[in-house]
Design a protein around this ligand. Structure first.
Ligand code: FAD
Length: 371
């Protein structure tokens, strides 16, 4: 790229911290570094025109685990571990809300529901363990998290009782990211879009960074590329594409809240009198292990089928838009937040909970750096 003296001097010289990726994690990392080191020069490099992974593509559930998910986690984790997992999501949501403000992200606590199939015994299993789970989580809210409600939404092909989480909320994902990006700019942090970091190498006191457009040098490099992390050599993370659709506005839509279906493999919510519906990765785990955006007929057909048969059986609706996002997953649910080499760090593998934990993980990534 043909860069001028001015461009090099003002944007690409004496960089203290370079962050790769402008999702929730990268931007919160940048803000936390600025808080710790107000005089530092901080540069964020982002391959997309906008953040282009999961942070602008997600469903905007401000959730910390459905009843069946928490019960399932107890099969592989101790009670204390599950408690800490949930606590982290609640703490993370608190950081998100206090950093950006509820009005700026349109946070609404409309509650979260879980639908159960009629054809298996998941309802009975969850129902019988509800008291135990409420007891486990009691110290976090001083109240009972889960109760049961009868299906007042007209859902079909599901159990007549739904579990209800009174503390689950939802946000407007676009407002959240817009506010976050603005806050980063206002703090004097630079973001360069359409820049892909291709390689980096450690020098004695710095890191050399090669992008698709230029090369530069930085004192520290922080990688927040989540589902794309293997592209920069972080092998613990696999990409996981998640497909979504949204209906056109529906008159008198009475479905309000966030909803989990089929043990969290499907999720839907109301937004602007529409239903946003996503999931179905379990239909083709291998095929969805990709960093390529796109939709498949198989998953989109199943989403439409469930919308017609279960969620909106007696309502005429039209699909307005379809899209996908790329998450980062791995063997364990815990994110990878660690130092990779002398001057390089990463905060990746956020799974399907990045709205909840992303702000906190960004701060933790920044706090790995020594002054
Ligand atoms: C469809 C969908 C629905 C979801 N729903 C929810 C939900 O309801 N609630 C919830 O809590 N979570 C949800 N999630 C998960 C959540 O969105 C993510 O966990 C979170 O956004 C991850 O943030 P991040 O900053 O780690 O990653 P990302 O937002 O993916 O950011 C990584 C950034 O790095 C950039 N990048 C990658 N490689 C390079 C490179 N080499 N050079 C430069 N830039 C690069 C990417 O373009 C991207 O912008 C959902 C995810 C998806 C896809």
């Amino acid at each position: 790229m043909n860069l001028s003296y001015w461009e090099i001097k003002s944007w690409l010289t004496n960089i203290d911290y370079t962050i790769v990726g402008s999702g929730i994690v990268g931007l919160n990392c940048a803000l936390q570094l600025k808080k710790r080191f107000p005089k530092a020069t901080i540069l964020v490099l982002e391959k997309g025109m906008l953040p282009q992974g999961a942070s602008t593509k997600n469903a905007g559930f401000a959730c910390f685990g459905s009843l069946s998910e928490i019960i399932d986690d107890l099969k592989t984790h101790t009670k204390e571990e599950v408690f800490q997992l949930v606590k982290k999501r609640i703490d993370g949501l608190q950081v998100l809300r206090s950093t950006l403000g509820d009005t700026n992200i349109n946070y609404q606590q409309l509650g979260g529901y879980e639908l159960f199939s009629k054809t298996d015994d998941l309802f009975e299993k969850c129902y019988s363990k509800t008291d135990d789970i409420n007891q486990l989580l009691y110290p976090l809210f001083n109240d009972e998290v889960f109760s049961f409600k009868t299906n007042a939404f007209g859902f079909e092909n599901c159990h007549e009782r739904l579990s209800f989480n009174q503390f689950e909320g939802q946000i407007d994902t676009g407002m959240m990211m817009n506010t976050l990006i603005q806050k980063v700019y206002d703090s004097g942090i630079k973001i360069l879009n359409n820049i892909t970091v291709e390689q980096f190498s450690e020098a004695t006191n710095s890191v050399k960074v090669k992008t698709n457009a230029f090369e530069c040098s930085t004192s520290k490099l922080l990688i927040a590329t989540n589902g794309f992390a293997s592209g920069l050599g972080i092998s613990e993370v696999k990409p996981a594409r998640a497909q979504v659709l949204i209906t056109k506005p529906i008159q008198d839509l009475h479905i309000k809240g966030t909803f989990h279906l089929d043990q969290g493999y499907y999720y839907f919510r109301n937004i602007d009198n529409r239903i946003l519906f996503g999931g179905g990765r379990n239909l083709d785990f291998k095929g969805e292990e990709t960093t390529a955006f796109g939709q498949t007929e198989r998953i989109q057909n199943e989403l439409e089928h469930l919308l017609k048969s279960t969620i909106l059986p007696n309502t005429t609706f039209e699909i307005d838009q379809r899209w996908s996002g790329i998450m980062g997953v791995g063997q364990q649910k815990k994110p990878v937040v660690k130092q990779l080499s002398n001057h390089v760090y990463c905060g990746v593998r956020l799974g399907g909970m990045g709205v909840a934990i992303g702000s906190l993980i960004g701060q933790e990534l920044a706090d790995l750096v020594h002054a």
